[in-house]
Unconditional design. Structure first.
Length: 320
C-alpha cells in the first residue's frame, strides 16, 4: 500500500536521472493503482498527471538535498495542486487569519522541571489519527482531540469525541483559538462521536449527552515556545500553522521546516502532543487530520525553537 517502497526504489536506484516518458508513465499508473485513483475522463487525468509530474520532480530534488532534515514523498495528495487539497477548499480564505500580536499576554506556569522530551501518545492520552475528509475543518479535529486528551488526563477515560458536533457548534464560523474551548464549555461539553456522527449544519448539542468536558480555554503568548512547552507537558495544545507549502503537503518523515513558511499567516490546525530533540535539533510532535497514510502514520515533527516555524506558537491554546 505504501508508496514509500516505490519511492525508495526510484530515488535510491536512479538517483541522478529523470525518467523517460514511458517509465514515468509506468510509475504514474502504479501510483494511481496504489492510491485507488480514478479520474472522470482523459482531460482530468492529464491535468492531475501534470501536477503529479511537477511534484515528482520536487520530491526528487528535495530528497537529494543533503542537509535537509526531512523527506518528502509522492503521497496520495501528489496529484493535487495546493488549492485542491483538503485544507484549502472553499474554507481557505475564511481559515486564513492575520496575526494579531498578543505578546503582553502572560501565562505563568508553576516552576515545574520540564522533561527534555514528552509524548502523550506513550501515555495513551490520544485517540487514533482521523481523516478530516469531507468536513474539511482541521480545527474541529485538532480542537476536539485536545478535549479528548484533556478529558483523559482528568478522568482516565479516553473517549472518541465528535468532530461533527465541534464543527456544528464551535468551528463552522471560522478560526478561533482559545475561544473554541470556551464554546465547548458553553455547550456543556462534547458528545461521543457515535452519538453525533455527522453534521447537521447547526448545533444540535441537545441531541446527545456530553461526556468530554472542559471549563474553557487558555491562549498562549504569541511566539513563546517555552510557554508552549510547559503547556504541552500539562495537556496537548491546539496550534494553527501555515501548511500551505508543497513540502508540507508531501511531507514523509523527519523534522519539518521550510524557509518559505509564514509564522504569521496560518491556514491549518494541528494537535501538539509532545516535544523532543534529535541530534541537537528540537521538534514538536504534531498530529494531523489527513489520515494514517500522510506523514509518519498521520503525524509530523516540526522544528522547535527555530523562530516559531510555520507559526507553530502564534495561535496556540489549550483547554483548562
Ligand atoms: C446546549 O448548548 C446550550 C447553549 O448553547 C446550553 O444552554 C445547553 O445546556 C446545552 N445542552 C446540553 C445537553 O448540554
Ligand atoms: C517570525 O519570524 C521572524 C523572522 O524569522 C522573527 O523575527 C519574528 O520574531 C517571528 N515572529 C514570531 C511571533 O515568532
Amino acid at each position: 500500500m505504501h508508496l514509500r517502497e516505490i519511492l525508495f526504489a526510484i530515488l535510491g536506484v536512479h538517483i541522478t536521472g529523470i525518467h523517460s516518458d514511458s517509465v514515468l508513465d509506468e510509475i504514474w499508473h502504479e501510483w494511481m493503482r496504489l492510491n485507488g485513483k480514478t479520474y472522470p475522463g482523459r482531460v482530468s487525468e492529464i491535468k492531475h498527471k501534470q501536477t503529479w509530474e511537477r511534484n515528482y520532480l520536487r520530491v526528487l530534488e528535495h530528497n537529494t538535498e543533503k542537509d535537509s532534515l526531512f523527506r518528502m514523498e509522492l503521497n496520495f495528495l501528489a496529484d493535487e495542486t495546493f488549492e485542491r487539497t483538503p485544507m484549502a477548499s472553499a474554507k481557505l480564505t475564511k481559515d486564513t487569519l492575520r496575526f494579531q500580536p498578543e505578546s503582553d499576554l502572560i501565562v505563568s506556569f508553576n516552576d515545574i522541571l520540564l522533561p527534555d522530551s514528552w509524548d502523550w501518545r506513550t501515555k495513551k492520552a490520544v485517540t487514533h489519527v482521523e481523516n478530516q475528509g469531507q468536513l474539511g475543518d482541521s480545527q474541529a479535529f485538532a480542537a476536539k482531540e485536545c478535549v479528548e486528551s484533556f478529558n483523559f488526563i482528568k478522568t482516565t477515560d479516553l473517549l472518541l469525541a465528535s468532530a461533527a458536533e465541534m464543527h456544528d457548534c464551535c468551528t463552522a464560523t471560522g478560526f478561533a483559538t482559545e475561544t473554541v474551548f470556551d464554546c465547548v464549555h458553553n455547550i456543556g461539553g462534547l458528545c461521543e462521536d457515535y452519538y453525533y456522527p455527522s453534521t447537521y449544519g447547526q448545533c444540535r448539542n441537545n441531541s446527545c449527552t456530553p461526556l468530554a468536558k472542559v471549563s474553557g480555554g487558555q491562549r498562549l503568548p504569541t511566539g513563546d515556545e517555552e510557554a508552549m512547552k510547559s503547556a504541552v507537558y500539562i495537556t496537548p495544545v491546539l496550534s494553527l500553522v501555515d501548511a500551505s507549502q508543497v513540502s508540507f503537503q508531501l511531507y514523509q518523515e523527519g523534522i519539518y521546516s521550510d524557509p518559505q513558511c509564514s509564522n504569521s499567516t496560518v491556514n491549518h490546525a494541528l494537535q501538539v502532543v509532545g516535544y523532543g530533540s534529535l541530534n541537537g535539533m528540537d521538534y514538536w510532535i504534531c498530529r494531523n487530520s489527513w489520515g494514517l497514510y500522510w506523514g509518519m502514520n498521520g503525524y509530523i515533527t516540526i522544528a522547535r525553537n527555530r523562530r516559531n516555524m510555520c507559526g507553530i506558537a502564534s495561535f496556540s491554546s489549550y483547554p483548562v
